[in-house]
Design a protein around this ligand. Structure first.
Ligand code: SAM
Length: 238
């Protein structure tokens, strides 16, 4: 259980509490994220060589509070949920569901089975709490590159800020898996900007290169940086 420490506490106090609540590895990871701020290539090398480990250390109470404290994140999630619901899918799989922010927003809008999958145990721990009491949402530990579902298992498959966190080979595996398990729609919010943990892909261009028709594609109007945001929905069958 993570300790709740006010963010204005002195650095040594926060560091000590990070060690006490989640161990030295977590505290070291957190410190590196700050210290290496100005050196993105070192940051990628030291912090992001194993995305799954990164997200396991990154997930948890701190991350949850940080994200929930950002009004822009909520605005974007609400916008996405509304767009996705407009397609009236019969069921949805979200790959990389994190702590369940989008699944929760979807549940308020559509009454269809929802499944969330993520490779981070700490994110899923929070998802279970965040989604508690909501009907028909299944949460699974798994990897986007090798989905544990048969072909065409879901009417719609969604990723939101997930493919961009994977290096090119893994990103390609995820896209192929999306196409394999989706029946009618594949929807993505995947920014094109780069950072130490973002690879930045043009997902809409990828679908076009595969000869797949897009039902829509464009920036997310409520995003703080619409120039690099991208939402697209691929239409896989009539
Ligand atoms: C930035 S968070 C986004 C969470 C959620 N989609 C949202 O929009 O609130 C990225 C999430 O994707 C997960 N993720 C990244 N790559 C993944 C992969 N290859 N397989 C499964 N989960 C992945 C991470 O563990 C993390 O929880």
């Amino acid at each position: 259980m993570e300790l709740l420490v006010p963010s204005h506490s002195a650095l040594p106090v926060r560091a000590w509490n990070a060690v006490r609540s989640r161990g030295p590895r977590y505290a070291w990871h957190k410190a590196l994220r700050r210290v290496l701020g100005r050196w993105p290539s070192w940051k990628r090398h030291w912090l992001y060589s194993d995305p799954r480990l990164y997200w396991t250390l990154r997930g948890g109470e701190d991350y949850f509070r940080e994200q929930e404290g950002q009004a822009a994140r909520t605005l974007r999630t609400e916008w996405l949920a509304q767009r996705l619901a407009a397609y009236r899918p019969a069921c949805i799989l979200e790959i990389g569901c994190g702590y369940g922010k989008l699944l929760r927003a979807l549940r308020w809008r559509i009454d269809v089975p929802l499944v969330g999958l993520d490779f981070s145990t700490t994110q899923l721990e929070h998802a279970r709490r965040f989604l508690e009491g909501l009907d028909d949402i299944e949460i699974l530990l798994g990897c986007g590159e090798c989905l544990p579902f048969p072909d065409g298992a879901f009417d719609m498959v969604v990723t939101s800020a997930v493919i961009l966190h994977n290096p090119p080979k893994a990103a390609e595996h995820i896209r192929r898996e999306v196409l394999r398990v989706a029946r009618r729609f594949a929807a993505h919010n995947e920014e094109t900007s780069r950072s130490y943990n973002r690879y930045g892909y043009d997902t809409a261009a990828w679908y076009r290169s595969q000869g797949i028709v897009l039902a829509e594609s464009g920036p997310i109007p409520v995003d703080p940086d619409p120039a690099t945001s991208q939402f697209c929905v691929a239409k896989l069958s009539p």
